[in-house]
Design a protein around this ligand. Structure first.
Ligand code: NAP
Length: 294
């Protein structure tokens, strides 16, 4: 399969590199064109000016862009160039409804769509060890398998289009609870005067450990939160979870709480930091008199 990649952000760039290593990547496109041209010249790939041109030269397109409206914009721009039978694999995190809408738009020209959101952070993207949650037809999934295997280690089809995003929404609720617990525990440990690096080494091997504790608690020690997974992107995902739960008349406490905390971080200008910046709010609980607003 000749694959084009759209969206060379924190996740997309290393995912594209892994597709190149697997010998599958032919062309790249990014909204800020310079990123695509730089990667294309480094890896000897095409960097077409438009999405329709990219689509015309590929049998498959992988996308990893920010949010729902961005995916639909990309789908609209790719559609005129995609041949009947072409496959679009969207690795962005969106609402399940958005995935279904994208599939409908592409179906008109005979192209197929798989929603394939990912989990594993920028480290997983770099190492090609992402967990990938797919939604779509079994035939499309089988065609996509070599592409997905180049980017992830655990690749699972959860049912029709939209079900990959429902699985990812489940994951995002867990991430919310875990990052909140890790931030709170680290603020507590710092207030106790514990040696924090030693603590991460030890508790990282204990029953309360998690990927977020091992990989993101060090950010809290350093007071530095490079993205990573941006606060505003997780807030976008939790708003999706809120809508999905609301259809059952349910407001999920973990989701509601984290949306409140993220709104505060975004209002203070921390929306583009990694979600471990939640530590800023938890640390403040222990130093209410100090100005922790920077
Ligand atoms: P990011 O670093 O902010 O990159 C976003 C990418 O999307 C950039 O290439 C950006 O182009 C492009 N983009 C945004 N709006 C666009 C539009 N309207 N049309 C075309 N391109 C557009 O984000 P990321 O962290 O890579 O996340 C990408 C997706 O993966 C999101 O859905 C996120 O929720 C999901 N995700 C992220 C992580 C993580 O740990 N970061 C983990 C799992 C899943 P420009 O370069 O022009 O801005």
């Amino acid at each position: 399969m000749r694959v084009g990649f759209v969206g060379l952000g924190a996740m997309g760039l290393p995912m594209a590199r892994n597709l190149h290593r697997a010998g599958l990547l032919t062309a790249v496109w990014n909204r800020t064109g310079e990123k695509a041209r730089t990667l294309a010249s480094e890896l000897a790939l095409e960097a077409p000016a438009t999405l329709a041109e990219l689509a015309a030269g590929c049998d498959g397109v992988v996308s990893c862009v920010s949010a729902d409206a961005d995916v639909l914009e990309v789908v609209g721009a790719l559609a005129p160039g995609l041949a009947a039978g072409a496959l679009m694999i969207d690795c962005s995190t969106t609402a399940a409804d958005t995935a279904r809408r994208a599939a409908e738009l592409l179906q008109r020209g005979g192209a197929e769509f798989l929603d394939c959101p990912v989990s594993g952070g920028v480290e997983g993207a770099r190492e090609g060890t992402l967990a990938i949650m797919a939604g779509g037809s079994p035939e499309a999934f089988e065609r996509a398998r070599p592409v997905l295997a180049a980017m992830g280690r655990t690749v699972t089809l959860f049912g029709p289009v939209g079900n990959g995003q429902a699985a990812k929404a489940t994951n995002q609720i867990m991430c919310a609870g875990i990052i909140e617990a890790v931030s709170e525990a680290m603020a507590f440990a710092r207030a106790q005067g514990l040696p924090l690096e030693k603590l991460i080494d030890t508790l990282g091997k204990g029953a309360g450990s998690s990927w977020y504790f091992v990989h993101r608690a060090p950010n809290m020690v350093r007071g530095s939160y490079p993205a990573g997974f941006r606060v505003r992107l997780h807030a976008k995902d939790l708003a999706i979870c809120r809508d999905m739960a609301a259809r059952f008349g349910v407001a999920l406490p973990v989701v509601e709480r984290m949306l409140g905390e993220y709104a505060e971080l975004i209002a203070r200008g921390h929306g583009d930091e990694d979600i471990s910046a939640t530590f800023r709010l938890k640390a403040q609980l222990f130093t209410p008199a100090r100005d922790n607003r920077s």
